[in-house]
Design a protein around this ligand. Structure first.
Ligand SMILES: O=C(O)C1=C[C@@H](OP(=O)(O)O)[C@@H](O)[C@H](O)C1
Ligand SMILES: C=C(OP(=O)(O)O)C(=O)O
Length: 444
């Protein structure tokens, strides 16, 4: 949806101590999966805490186009009446997934083993991102694919008439690839196996089990081996979506770098496959306490209390990258306010997100006075404990780049602007009011 929005310049100014509660919205990964699984289940799925960002709304629309009944009943409260595994109807129009890699890749998987044809498109950012990583494995099930040169959107998938199960090793650490294969495997008879060398976020596995599928993960010499039994009858469920740790990262980072701050971030998912930023911040010396740790909606959650901290640079190991893949832009901002070098290893995947995030952060941080080195798969920020600011960062239709530079501007000497904050609506629609309520000076 953000592809049609007008650019929205925004500016962040040095702010006084941030105080209060930051109740961030529901987890984006879990919200997409709840809608798609609800659409593939028999009966009613009731979702609370759904992220009402543009990415997830586009997935809700897509599920309607495939025949599910999807209704909003209140703030974050949605019901889905599904069509059952294999029951997707052929959509009449093109499926526009807007800015969302997760949406388009998971839905392509979910329809690829049903004998219908669908065409997928997206905004200028999504249209530059690689889709072959998902269309290659779904073709193994028997689907026929056509794509623009280079495996780019628009992609048309003619779903397999007689799908066969697949055994697939993911070539890069990606929960979207793993999940696309597992969604396709739902309507293939027999066992579909996905092998990943490094673990990635496991929301798909948890939620498949919660909806009644038989799925197991074993750790072997090959890595994480996930085995799904095809053609389950999925039953509608009640899903309480926990708050998104990737969104929480922005107020958390702001509190760490703005002197005198102390904030509380309630009910954030602490799923270990999503926890890498928090592990890293603690190593840097961050004053974060995790209170009231409990289980909600099948996910571990905690209330975070975060205070302004004196930080030091650290080296983030490549093995941790998948568990914080969306948090490197904001970590690179925090790293400017730490003393010494922060080295981020094994982060080549950042180059194929909504933007080339290594390049976008390096260029914008340098313009604002930071010293940043990059290689193909690493980024190093030489922190000095402060940032000059004063420049405008180009966000390239990337919500996380926009929010990262606005947080940087709250603690830099001079204000920091972004050319376009409109993409923030894809994942964190209440970013501006939430940050303002804490005392952040952001205009736009
Ligand atoms: O599965 C998911 O919900 C996601 C997986 C990650 O992408 P990759 O699978 O491309 O690493 C992440 O960047 C994205 O924001 C959400
Ligand atoms: C990479 C992201 O999302 P997606 O791949 O779903 O567009 C993100 O939210 O940072």
């Amino acid at each position: 949806m953000s592809h049609s929005a007008e650019p929205k310049p925004m500016t962040a100014h040095r702010s006084g101590a941030l105080k209060g509660d930051a109740a961030v919205p529901g987890d984006k990964s879990i919200s997409h999966r709840a809608l798609i699984l609800g659409a593939l289940a028999v009966g009613e799925t009731k979702i609370t805490g759904l992220l009402e960002g543009e990415d997830v709304i586009d997935t809700a629309k897509a599920m309607r186009a495939f025949g599910a009944k999807v209704e909003r009943t209140g703030e974050g409260a949605w019901t889905v009446n599904g069509v059952g595994v294999g029951g997707f109807a052929e959509p009449e129009g093109v499926i526009d997934c807007g800015n969302s890699g997760t949406g388009v890749r998971l839905i392509m998987g979910a329809m690829a083993t049903t004998p219908i044809t669908a065409t997928f498109t997206g905004d200028a950012s999504l249209s530059r991102r690689p889709m072959g990583r998902v269309t290659d494995p779904v073709a193994l099930f028997g689907a026929e694919i056509s794509a623009r040169e280079g495996g780019l959107l628009p992609v048309t998938i003619k779903g397999a008439v007689d799908p066969v199960p697949v055994r697939y090793t993911t070539p890069v650490a990606s929960a979207q690839i793993k999940s696309a294969v597992l969604f396709a495997g739902l309507n293939a008879p027999g066992e579909t196996v996905v092998i990943e060398k490094e673990a990635t976020r496991d929301h798909t596995e948890r939620m498949f089990a919660g909806f009644g599928a038989t799925i197991r993960t074993e750790v072997t010499d090959e890595g994480h081996v996930i085995t799904l039994t095809g053609r389950p009858e999925l039953k509608g469920q009640t899903v309480a979506v926990p708050r998104d740790p990737s969104s929480a990262a922005f107020p958390v980072a702001a509190a760490l770098i703005v002197p005198g701050s102390e904030i509380r971030v309630p009910g954030v998912s602490r799923n270990p496959t999503r926890d890498g930023l928090y592990v890293t911040l603690l190593e840097m010396g961050a004053d974060i306490t995790f209170e009231n740790t409990r289980e909600e909606g099948g996910e571990p959650v905690a209330d975070l209390v975060v205070r302004h901290s004196k930080l030091k640079g650290v080296s983030v190991p490549a093995e941790r990258a998948a568990s914080m893949i969306d948090e490197f832009p904001i970590l690179s901002v925090v790293a400017c306010f730490a003393e010494g070098a922060t080295v981020m290893n094994g982060v080549a995947e950042l180059r194929v997100k909504e933007s080339d995030r290594i390049d976008a952060m390096a260029v914008g941080l340098r313009a604002n006075g930071a010293s940043v080195d990059e290689t193909r798969d690493s980024m190093t920020v030489h922190g000095t404990g402060s940032l000059k600011g004063g420049a405008c960062a180009v966000t390239h239709l990337d919500h996380r780049i926009a929010m990262s530079f606005l947080v940087a501007g709250l603690a830099s000497d001079q204000p920091i602007s972004v050319d376009d904050g409109a993409p923030i609506m894809t994942s964190f629609p209440v970013f501006l009011p939430l940050m303002s309520a804490l005392g952040a000076k952001i205009e736009g």
